[in-house]
Design a protein around this ligand. Structure first.
Ligand code: NAP
Length: 296
């Protein structure tokens, strides 16, 4: 793969590993982050620092890995934003998990400005980002996706190119809905067996019905009650379930389990869970069961 000049904007739990792997793959990487300390850490690994968004927008591609719709819109639009700052040949890759509405808005705004845009959200937690093991779901014009491919190869183990229309990559949201459903149901099943006197780790080992990584990863976190530090913070999980429900509302698709999950996230956050991993939703059923000891 040819060396590319890559800008990375957003060095949170995910972006920091993605940028490091782009550097390791031999690309020339320029990094921007709202808070400067994270930039300095990557400069030590060989990145060039950007003091302003615009300085990260002049390479072959600029990859954004920001928290949510507000963060992406805040840096993409406006006189000093990404769209106004990219060179004509620079392709913007948005890897954040964002709303369908914003994906459409970004698609239209890039097209109106004559700029390339690829929506490429990812599956995988920070450990996968750090080890270049993400799954990338990419959608955008073929020539833009082709330009972005070396960057995808550096951050992930596999890239699925699903459409020429960027908002199609929002199928990622339905994946997070499925993971959230697994977290809740695993939490309920483990609260039950724990109450019945079975060791939760042993239960996981003997529960051979489900060997998929999502059960193994989240089962271990829930069984061990390891919800800190947050790899995927609970407010971001709450955000994603909200985005799923917004898409369902628009398309008039009832999603009763997603509605339930929204309330479970609200319960977690109302109880002070902002700093926890989203898998802490899987600890709620055990807390409810313990609470029932005092209510009899
Ligand atoms: P994170 O650790 O919270 O990092 C968020 C990044 O966005 C930081 O660089 C933060 O800057 C920046 N940011 C937030 N608000 C901003 C604003 N208003 N203006 C400018 N910059 C802002 O999040 P993450 O876990 O890396 O996730 C990033 C995206 O990937 C999210 O959309 C998430 O849903 C998605 N995702 C996450 C995972 C996961 O397991 N963590 C997996 C797949 C996809 P500061 O450093 O200055 O705060």
């Amino acid at each position: 793969m040819p060396v590319k000049r890559v800008g990375v904007i957003g060095l949170g739990n995910m972006g920091v590993g993605m940028a490091a792997n782009l550097i390791r793959a031999g690309h020339e990487v320029t990094v921007y982050n709202r808070s400067r300390a994270k930039v300095d850490a990557l400069v030590a690994e060989g990145a060039r620092p950007a003091d302003r968004v615009a300085e990260a927008c002049t390479g072959d591609v600029v990859l954004t890995m920001l928290a949510d719709d507000d963060a992406v819109a805040g840096l993409a639009f406006g006189d000093e934003g990404i769209i106004a700052s990219t060179a004509p040949d620079t392709v913007h890759i948005s890897s954040s998990t964002i709303s369908v509405g914003l994906a459409k808005h970004l698609t239209e705004a890039h097209a109106a400005a004559g700029r390339g845009f690829v929506s490429a959200p990812v599956f995988g937690r920070p450990e996968a980002a750090a080890s270049a093991a993400l799954f990338v779901v990419a959608a955008g014009p073929a020539e833009c996706v082709d330009l972005a491919m070396p960057a995808f190869a550096a951050i992930g183990q596999r890239t699925f190119v699903i459409s020429e229309d960027p908002p199609a990559a929002n199928l990622k949201l339905s994946g997070n809905f499925l993971i959230g459903s697994v977290i809740e149901s695993l939490g309920e099943a483990m609260a039950l067996v724990d109450r019945g006197g079975v060791d939760k780790h042993q239960y996981l080992d003997t529960s051979t019905l489900f060997s998929a990584p999502v059960y193994r990863t989240y089962g271990a976190l829930i069984a061990g009650g390891q919800f800190e530090p947050a790899g995927f913070a609970a407010p971001l999980g709450h955000k994603d379930i909200g985005l799923v429900l917004a898409a369902a509302e628009e398309l008039r698709v009832p999603l009763p389990i997603a509605s339930l999950l929204r309330d479970r996230f609200l319960r977690l956050l109302a109880g002070g869970g902002d700093h926890l991993d989203w898998s802490a939703v899987g600890g709620l059923a055990a807390r409810d069961a313990a609470a029932s000891d005092h209510s009899a």
